[in-house]
Design a protein around this ligand. Sequence first.
Ligand code: ADP
Ligand code: MG
Length: 404
Amino acid sequence: MKKKTIQDIDVNGQKVLVRVDFNVPLSSKDPNDIITVTDDTRIRAALPTLNYLLDHGAALILCSHLGRPQSAADSQFAMNPVAAALSNALGRPVIKVDEVVGETAAEAAASLQPGDVLLLENTRFEAGEKKNDPHLAAELAAMADVYVDDAFGSAHRAHASTEGAAQAMRAKGGPAVAGFLMGKELDALGSAVTDPAHPYVAIMGGAKISDKIKLIDNLLNKADKILIGGGMANTFLAAQGYNMGTSLVEQDAIPEAQRLLEAASDSLILPSDVVVAGEFAADAASEVVDVAAVGANQMALDIGPATLHNFKGQLQGAQLVIWNGPMGVFEFEKFAVGTNALALILAELVDDGAEVMIGGGDSAAAVRKADLTSKMTHVSTGGGASLELLEGKELPGIAALDDK
Ligand code: ADP
Ligand code: MG
């Protein structure tokens, strides 16, 4: 990795501003309720970085966004429940202030001693956060000596607490470095972009191709093959002239699909059969049909067994696999078969020595649902950020960190 991490700097006696991803699920959206954190996975995921810094003599100033508040008036998104869950996970007290920046926050930060932990209010309570307001960024950086970004999932947005705070810290002569979570993402996904092992097979699925044309283009340059399933495959099949019935097909994207097929007809591998239903429902009656035999009133909701068999063959011997996008409507158990079977095939490939990386929010959720997260080489925590990185884009939150 070409960016400095917390292991490259001395944090002893320093105040460290850490941008974490504490965007956790809450028990209620009603400000009159007692709101609690219902899943502290993201808080626990930050512990290696936080404990490392504390063990090395730092005092911590933590900040994160939480939900989508319009302003500080959306008090149901206050960080108080996060402070409680964090204190529980860390096993030490957490000081919480009710502002992101300002006199109270600055005073609390100034009186921190090594080992102390301060949690600032929801960064999106400040209008300047999403605008990457340099004054907000400077006020954040002013409270600390060091900036650490451990929120990979927010790295594709130039916000005041990400890109802005890193720049502001550098402007005042302090280091801006990656935490362990960020470092792990960059090592895993970064190597797939810059120095992929071969044979390299990409698997793409999900709902739409229009969101992912740039990603497919970039993968076509790097990967030896791309296997296509899910709703995305319908648009490719329609571009080949198949009648896809009532399936999700993006008519507007058909010319792009045709261009991709012409550019890479040998390396784009499409389904040969699909699971179809008469309606979009969890309990819809279904059957397996050849892609040439989709009825006018049928929609494809999963890949079929012949396709899976072919995909398995195509994956044999792969050294690197990147997967983005479920093979079907995995939210419905009945149409999760292709996605689950593929996840299992990939878990076996890891046992055979391949590197398998999963990017995308729904894809990570599908692997989690199949209970195979721990079997994969890497399951990215950043939905949009992982896709933009794989597109070959420079993410502003990462670009702003100090080079090694
Ligand atoms: P990710 O978040 O991993 O990037 P996407 O958001 O692109 O993935 O796609 C996930 C969505 O695609 C899921 O909600 C899933 O139901 C949907 N999907 C997959 N296959 C189909 C299909 N055949 N028809 C309609 N929707 C599909
Ligand atoms: Mg998604």
